[in-house]
Design a protein around this ligand. Structure first.
Ligand code: 13P
Ligand code: SF4
Length: 342
């Protein structure tokens, strides 16, 4: 008999700030900024690693300058394989921390230190560590969207692309799982795997704002559209999906599926990559009750701030060596698992 149960803990609330006003630039200004960043990257022996949710110009520059645009797993892997001594991580704080944990000898800079994630905020180590201690018969699996201190208490770290495979692997060994911080991704993985899971009650304020009733109506208005949903969304929204998957899985589906239109329940920054790979298709945001599905924290990353951090060396990510050493264990476990699964 398998179960999913919400952990009986009171988590801190987390309000997303307003989406920052996007810098208004002419094409010439954008080109000048990109040129300046290319020079600084060369000068500082640095490489730009950007998440799919960041602004389009940042994603383009990361690719044009030999960096990468990717999901959180690939961002971490790319940093390890690249010879640059400085990584500029355009994403949210946990991504910079993960890069630092895996690349201790490198300098990791982030455009904006205030770029956090609601899941990370929902799962402070001070609450999480004693909860794990009180459930020591469970294997602790944490999502990448957590602080270094939380990862340091985990047995496994997973990203959305590999979460289900890891949980299936653990469930096959009869393990009970304490999952954190996202109850929705955890619930999806539980339903798919049948594993015995205790779910931390955290969530993504962006993905939980997609509205199932409005999505049903939108589907009816766009009968040819395929619906792509990130599993951080609610169960009701996931139930309406043609494809449920990580950012990378959604991009792959957008490229491969024959539909002329896609309704996408994730951060709209992902459209840059989708349009690049499938320029003839139409991509529509799933209806959201908050800030049109934008993640304000991801949108804190701008070209202007990349210039500032490269010029000043500001916003360097530091993780205490003993925390990094412990946090590397669950991350490496996932990377080894992913390598075996390839
Ligand atoms: P990925 O792991 O797919 O990059 O997603 C990270 C994230 O923050 C999704 O909201
Ligand atoms: Fe975190 Fe959600 Fe923003 Fe992703 S979209 S970084 S999970 S708040």
């Amino acid at each position: 008999m398998t179960t999913a149960q919400l952990a009986p803990v009171q988590i801190p609330s987390c309000q997303m700030p307003p989406v920052p006003v996007f810098p208004q630039r002419t094409a010439e200004e954008t080109a000048r900024l990109k040129e300046r960043i290319r020079d600084l990257l060369r000068q500082e022996n640095a490489v730009l690693v950007a998440h799919y949710y960041t602004e389009a110009a940042l994603q383009e520059l990361a690719e044009e300058s030999g960096g990468c645009v990717a999901d959180s797993l690939e961002m971490a892997r790319f940093g390890m394989s690249h010879p640059a001594s400085t990584l500029v991580v355009a994403g949210v704080r946990f991504m910079g921390e993960t890069s630092k944990i895996l690349n201790n000898e490198k300098r990791v800079l982030m455009p904006d230190p205030a770029a956090t994630c609601s899941m990370d905020e929902h799962c402070p180590a001070e609450l999480f560590v004693p909860f794990c201690d009180a459930h020591s018969d469970h294997t602790v699996v944490v999502y990448a969207n957590t602080s270094a201190a939380v990862k340091a208490r985990a047995d496994w770290m997973v990203t959305s692309g590999i979460a289900l495979a890891v949980v299936q692997h653990l469930a096959a060994q009869g393990k009970k799982i304490l999952w954190a911080p996202d109850q929705h991704l955890g619930g999806y993985v539980q339903r798919e795997s049948g594993a015995d899971m205790l779910l931390w009650p955290g969530s993504c304020v962006v993905h939980t704002s997609f509205d199932a009733e409005a999505l049903k109506r939108m589907k009816a208005e766009h009968p040819e559209a395929a619906v792509l949903v990130h599993p951080e969304s609610s169960k009701e929204v996931v139930a309406l999906a043609d494809v449920v998957g990580s950012t990378t899985a959604m991009i792959r589906a957008a490229e491969k599926m024959p539909n002329p239109e896609f309704i996408v329940a994730t951060e709209p920054g992902i459209f840059s990559k989708m349009r690049q790979l499938a320029p003839e298709k139409r991509f529509l945001s799933a209806p959201s009750v908050e800030q049109d599905g934008f993640c304000a924290w991801m949108k804190m990353n701008t070209l202007e701030k990349v210039v500032t951090v490269l010029e000043s060396g500001a916003n360097e990510i530091r993780v205490a060596p003993e925390v990094a050493a412990r946090a590397r264990i669950p991350i490496q476990r996932m990377l080894d698992f992913a390598a075996r699964a390839r």
